[in-house]
Design a protein around this ligand. Structure first.
Ligand code: FES
Length: 112
């Protein structure tokens, strides 16, 4: 087991996370206000942008392989190095879905 330092950028919060545990489970234990819901890698509520470092997250089914390069689902992500994570940042795919659900593009159909 190896412990890595995980820094949440912009918050001043830093925790130590073993490479055998998820960032989310340690964050909860440490009282960090990390959003989450499903805890099985599907909903993306716990997403964070990887500013620096590497994680392993093979069970992060809500992310594409490309998104896994830049985003961590903290409920699935185990550190492989010291990390800097930007909490509450979501991959472009979910941002597009949210825009559609919020009605973005309604103006385009109003003329139909
Ligand atoms: S809590 Fe749902 S993907 Fe992490």
């Amino acid at each position: 087991m190896t412990a890595y330092t995980v820094e949440f950028v912009g918050t001043g919060e830093t925790i130590e996370v073993e490479d055998t545990e998820t960032v989310l489970s340690r964050a909860i234990e440490e009282g960090i206000a990390q959003e989450y819901s499903c805890r099985v890698g599907m909903c993306l509520a716990c997403s964070a942008k990887i500013v620096e470092g590497d994680v392993t997250q093979p069970a992060a089914r809500g992310l594409t392989d490309e998104e896994k390069e830049n985003y961590a689902l903290t409920c699935m992500a185990r550190p492989q190095s010291d990390l800097k994570l930007d909490r509450g940042k979501y991959p472009p795919s979910i941002e597009k879905e949210a825009a559609v659900e919020a009605g973005a593009g309604d103006e385009a159909t109003a003329d139909d």
